[in-house]
Each structure stands twice: as structure tokens, then as C-alpha cells.
Design a protein around this ligand. Structure first.
Ligand SMILES: *Cc1c(COP(=O)(O)O)cnc(C)c1O
Length: 360
């Protein structure tokens, strides 16, 4: 068996311990005589799996009792529609557009009501987070929407926007469980799990209970109503059973690692290894303003497309894979999620140094 250092933005690296445990339980989950893939989602065994997953997540994130945790399908992208369908009571919402995912959410919301772009960093290719301390929040806005960590551009909100009392909705897909967050500051906090938690196919929605109502936009399908899933404890229909089981294992791994404060320290240390190198390199440069840098996704370039391509190719041959930047921005991007060990980042930097010397 040989494992590479996988810098994919998603689906992405998972803790080896978790993969090994899942492999060991593949044929016979805890004496049930079957794989978790093969069991009823209404069985007692599975009920324990999903309940424990929720309890561990609540524990990790310190989720207040007046928030529901939903395990849903459709990816983060389905939420782009589900959020306005369920929350646009006045038919108005404000969006802060800091990248492609925020833009997609903003465009989707326009199908359902009046979506306003109240701030954007499109003027500088989304390389920074705009000042959000005094934005023109609409009086009738049902919520203010952000994408808190921009996977493609490698930016993260250094602080939450001042929503002037409006509900904050946040897509945290690519920073989920990478550091502590104060859940009580959000109305909805959600993310696809395939970036930092588990296999694709699960999206976790943490939503304040008073926002879960039957008052949704006309025509909202049953499957896209938060209330339907909340009332059924995420078992309205067959949930993504196996994916939730793996997420549960990752939650336990995170608890064993010491929780989110410890993960934050680890992630800061890891990111610093790469950013410190980029800041002094003569060949490679980061593309993001310093105050807006993500701890999870680190884009960088040489300034020469051919050299970028050569780097990506040689890195892959040396066991550092998936370093090519998003197809829309080019260059390189190293995604260094929770499961990427610091050794992986140190080895990458050593390889970059060598490449720099060879290509000076
Ligand atoms: C990947 C990603 C998405 C899209 O996720 P899907 O599960 O593919 O729909 C949305 N938002 C962010 C921040 C992402 O990183």
C-alpha cells in the first residue's frame, strides 16, 4: 500500500485511522454480520450510529440546544435553493459575494426573490474579503449570506460581518470543524462534508429552531423543507447512511485529537509553514491579501503558466498530488484540511524549495 500526500480541495484527504477502522468494519459492523452499507436506516444499530454522530458533533461545536442538526443530501449546492425557499419570508436577502460559491448561491436566490449583492471582491479576482463592518443591509432582508471560507480563492472572513441584527447564514464547507465557531452567532451554518469531514453525499445543516417553520415559499418540494427533515430527525427518507457513519468516525477522531481549539492551533501551525515559505520565496507567491488568508486552501503561482504546469507535474511524480489550481483560476492550490499532517506540508515546502533552486 502506498499513500500519497493528497492536497485535493474536495473530495479530500481523510484521517488514515478512520479509513482503517471503516475497512476493518466493512464486512461485519460490530457483530451485526453486515456492512453499514447494507443495513436498514431504521434499524437499532443504525439509529445508534446517527444519534452518536449528532451527539459528537454537538459536543465538538458546542451547539446550543435551540439548534437542530440535519444530515441531508444534495450537497452544499442544494442549500443554495433550500435557504431562500425556507427563509425568504419577505422575499429579500443580502449576499456578500466573495467567490464562485457565494456567487452561485446569490444567483440561485434570485430565482426565488430579491437577492442583493451588498459587497463583493470580484474587482480583484476575489483575492480579499471586503470590509463588512458597515454594509448597506436591506431593511427587509430575511438574512445575510456569506461563504465563510472560499475554497477556490483561498480567502476566509477574518471576522463575521456586521449584519445589523439580521440572521447570518454561512456556508462553511471548506472550513467545517477546522476551528471553533460560535454557533449562536448564526441562523444557519452549513456545509458539504467532502472537504473536511467525510465522503461526498452528505451536507450538514445546523439551523436555529425558530427558523424552521411551515411558512416556506409556495411550491417548495417536501424534500426541500427543513421542517420535514427536522421533524424526522434526518430520517424522513433514506439518509446517506454510509457517509454519515464515516462523518461520525471523523467526529470521534477530532474529539480524540483534542477538539476544535487544538485543531485550530494545528491548522495555524500547518498553514504558517506554507505561508512563511511563500512570503520569502523568489519563485512562488501567494495570491491572497494577508488579512484574508484561509487556513485550509492556499493558492499560489509562479507567474509563469508553463512553470506552474511543470511544478504540478513534477510534484505529482514526487507524491504530492492534486495541487493544480481550480480550472477557473489556474496556478496551484494546496488544500491542507484537518487530516493533512504537518509532515505533508513540510515535505511539500521542501519540494518547493528544491524546485525553486532547480528553476532559478
Ligand atoms: C465545494 C463547495 C461547494 C459545493 O459543494 P457541492 O457539495 O459539490 O454542492 C459549495 N460551497 C463551498 C464553500 C465549497 O467548497
Amino acid at each position: 500500500m502506498s499513500r500519497v500526500y493528497n492536497f485535493s480541495a474536495g473530495p479530500a484527504v481523510l484521517p488514515e485511522e478512520v479509513l482503517q477502522e471503516a475497512a476493518a468494519e466493512m464486512m461485519d459492523y460490530q457483530g451485526s454480520g453486515m456492512s453499514v452499507m447494507e443495513m436498514s436506516h431504521r434499524s437499532k444499530v443504525y439509529d445508534t450510529i446517527i444519534k452518536e454522530a449528532e451527539a459528537d458533533l454537538r459536543d465538538l461545536m458546542n451547539i446550543p440546544d435551540n439548534y437542530k442538526v440535519l444530515f441531508l443530501q444534495g450537497g452544499a449546492s442544494q442549500q443554495f435553493a433550500m435557504i431562500p425557499m425556507n427563509l425568504m419570508k419577505n422575499g429579500v436577502a443580502d449576499y456578500i459575494v466573495t467567490g464562485q460559491w457565494a456567487k452561485k448561491a446569490y444567483q440561485e436566490a434570485q430565482l426565488y426573490g430579491k437577492a442583493n449583492c451588498i459587497a463583493s471582491s470580484a474587482d480583484k479576482t476575489f483575492s480579499y474579503i471586503p470590509d463588512c463592518s458597515d454594509l448597506p443591509i436591506s431593511e427587509e432582508a430575511d438574512y445575510v449570506y456569506i461563504c465563510q471560507n472560499n475554497t477556490i480563492y483561498g480567502t476566509k472572513f477574518p471576522e463575521l460581518p456586521n449584519t445589523k441584527g439580521k440572521i447570518l447564514v454561512s456556508d462553511v464547507s471548506s472550513m467545517f470543524l477546522s476551528e471553533p465557531v460560535d454557533v449562536s452567532k448564526y441562523g444557519v451554518i452549513y456545509g458539504g462534508v467532502q472537504k473536511n469531514i467525510g465522503p461526498a453525499g452528505v451536507v450538514i445543516v445546523i439551523i436555529r429552531e425558530d427558523l424552521i417553520t411551515e411558512d416556506v415559499l409556495p411550491g417548495t418540494p417536501t424534500m426541500l423543507r427543513y421542517k420535514v427533515h427536522a421533524d424526522a430527525d434526518s430520517l424522513y427518507n433514506t439518509p446517506p447512511c454510509y457517509g454519515i457513519y464515516i462523518c461520525g468516525k471523523v467526529f470521534k477522531w477530532l474529539k480524540k485529537m483534542g477538539g476544535l481549539e487544538v485543531m485550530k492551533e494545528r491548522n495555524e501551525k500547518k498553514a504558517a509553514v506554507l505561508y512563511d515559505f511563500l512570503d520569502q520565496s523568489k519563485l512562488f507567491h501567494g495570491t491572497v491579501e494577508k488579512g484574508s488568508r484561509s487556513l485550509m486552501n492556499v493558492p499560489f503561482v509562479t507567474g509563469d503558466k508553463d512553470l506552474d504546469a511543470k511544478f504540478v507535474k513534477e510534484a505529482a511524480e514526487a507524491g504530492f498530488v492534486n495541487l493544480k489550481g481550480h480550472r477557473t483560476v489556474g496556478g496551484m492550490r494546496a488544500s491542507i484540511y484537518n487530516a493533512m499532517p504537518i509532515e505533508g506540508v513540510e515535505a511539500l515546502v521542501a519540494f518547493m524549495k528544491k524546485f525553486e533552486e532547480e528553476n532559478a
